[in-house]
Design a protein around this ligand. Structure first.
Ligand SMILES: Cc1cc2nc3c(=O)[nH]c(=O)nc-3n(C[C@H](O)[C@H](O)[C@H](O)COP(=O)(O)OP(=O)(O)OC[C@H]3O[C@@H](n4cnc5c(N)ncnc54)[C@H](O)[C@@H]3O)c2cc1C
Length: 465
């Protein structure tokens, strides 16, 4: 009886409210439901439309299906190109040559070393990232034979192609710093470019009680040129929060003449902030050797006059960086040239090989002069696919890589500068990113958003020129 009375009263109140506001709660919920339905339906139609827009018309697609595409290296570059190709032509003949069964999300390595990600968070099962249509040769390329349009794998398998995409990445060259490997075996050194050594680095950083920390930046091309700075700055911030900062000297020795030369505006913005934190930056210095017994880093410093001198720095903890090189199969092949450090010789705009027209390059191993990052691949992959398809169909190239890349520059825990830039180092989309500001928003985007975009958008081939 009471329930009925309360229900009637509630209905009356609701009606009164309706007169006042012009809408009841039930109607409001109905409208929200209908509105959400429309948005979802619109999204689905839009998504389907976008999905269809990646496809090649059927007459061209049937010609492409007769073409054999081979991709050497099945990491972010190779897989993004392969996926984008299969979005354009479902059922295309795509073979990926990749020896590893696990794929590493390398942009997450810095966050593993900083203790933000667990190591498991950066490892994916390779098979789970590959389209079912992709043929997987689980082996490494031993030899490129471009005149014969084929590659030979380590186990001796011959893989013939009509078009080849090379995405072999770059690796640290331990021989470029004397005793680099030996130093990493001691309890005073770690390195974020290797997952295990990055895990070790986190332990060393966490347990550091004070003393001199030395971090270095090498000569030549560098994979993710922001990462050595990021780990230096995060470490400094970690020790500040831990309350031991006064007992730590932080030294960053870089081969370059300033902190972030590829983008002068970012350099100007970040440098005073870093200097104000009491970090000692040493410029024009290249790490040449490490004396493990005395814990001394030995640098070659270039003077403004062009001569060089030796500089020694003792350390209690070191993050040493050697130079980089491409895998042996590439650097010892006919696909490279003098003066480009064993990289694939490509036209930086079309990404086509300069001498072999049916070979294209993607990502770190290609000599484009662009930064070696996954953000670069996001912009390069659709260009490679568009031009591959044009070449295979006998068309003029329709796409050009404009040099755009991006960087999430982690300056401290909870703060990040996010920016995109072109070949000339000019900021791109500056107003969207608020590029020269450290913000919490971009930190969260880097930690929670970018990995999802990498996994579900990039590696799924949802990239457009
Ligand atoms: C510490 C760190 C931090 C980074 N931070 C960022 C970041 O914040 N943002 C960003 O965008 N990027 C970042 N990067 C860079 C990014 O990870 C690389 O640019 C990207 O992985 C390059 O992709 P790739 O496919 O060209 O080469 P890789 O990812 O290096 O892959 C090369 C592939 O080739 C395979 N391979 C090698 N030799 C052979 C062979 N002979 N035959 C067949 N396969 C072979 C390898 O097994 C590997 O799978 C970071 C990297 C590191 C290490």
């Amino acid at each position: 009886m009471n329930d009925q009375k309360e229900t009637t009263q509630a209905r009356e109140e609701n009606e009164a409210q309706k007169k006042k506001n012009g809408i009841t709660r039930r109607q409001a919920l109905k409208y929200i439901g209908v509105g959400t339905g429309i948005v979802l339906a619109g999204g689905a139609v839009g998504g389907y439309g976008y999905h269809r827009s990646l496809r090649l018309p059927s007459a061209e697609a049937s010609r492409i299906k007769k073409v054999r595409f081979v991709i050497a290296g099945g990491s972010v570059g190779g897989l993004t190109v392969g996926a984008r190709l299969l979005r354009a032509v479902p059922g295309a003949d795509v073979t990926v040559i990749e020896p590893n069964e696990n794929h590493h999300y390398q942009p997450g390595y810095t966050l593993v070393a900083a203790g933000v990600y667990s190591p498991e968070e950066v490892i994916f099962d390779q098979q789970s990232l590959m389209f079912p249509e992709m043929k997987w040769v689980k082996d490494a390329v031993k030899k490129f034979e471009p005149e014969k349009n084929r590659v030979i794998t380590e186990s001796g398998e011959v893989v013939n192609y009509d078009y080849l995409v090379v995405g072999l990445g770059v690796q640290m060259n331990p021989n470029s710093v004397e005793n680099f490997t030996k130093a990493l075996e001691t309890p005073y050194a770690g390195n974020i470019y290797d997952l295990d050594k990055g895990i070790k680095y986190h332990e060393l950083m966490k347990n550091f009680e004070g003393g001199r920390f030395v971090s270095t930046y090498p000569a030549g091309y560098v994979k993710c040129g922001g990462a050595p700075q990021k780990i230096t700055w995060l470490s400094e911030d970690y020790w500040r929060t831990k309350g031991i900062r006064e007992g730590v000297e932080v030294h960053f020795h870089t081969n370059r003449h300033t902190l972030f030369p590829p983008v002068p505006r970012v350099d100007e913005a970040v440098k005073p902030k870093i200097e104000a934190r009491g970090i000692h930056n040493h410029y024009n210095q290249t790490l040449r050797a490490i004396d493990v017994s005395t814990r001394t880093a030995i640098f070659e410093e270039k003077t403004p006059e062009g001569s060089s001198r030796e500089v020694r720095q003792k350390y209690d903890l070191i993050h040493p960086m050697p130079g980089f090189q491409t895998p042996k199969a590439l650097r010892e092949s006919d696909l490279t040239a003098e003066g480009i450090g064993g990289q694939l010789e490509v036209d930086r705009f079309t990404l086509q090989h300069k001498r072999f027209g049916n070979i294209f390059g993607i990502g770190d191993s290609a000599a484009t002069g662009a930064p070696k990052t996954a953000a670069t691949i996001r912009k390069q992959a659709p260009v490679v696919v568009a031009n591959l398809l044009d070449a295979a169909l006998g068309n003029q190239f329709s796409a050009k890589y404009d040099g755009t890349s991006g960087c999430p520059l982690l300056t401290r825990y909870g703060r990040c500068m996010m920016f995109e830039f072109d070949f000339e180092g000019n900021l791109v989309n500056e107003r969207i990113y608020n590029s020269t500001k450290e913000t919490r928003l971009w930190w969260h985007f880097k930690v929670h958003g970018l990995k999802r975009l990498y996994r579900h958008v990039l590696l799924n081939g949802y990239v457009n020129v």
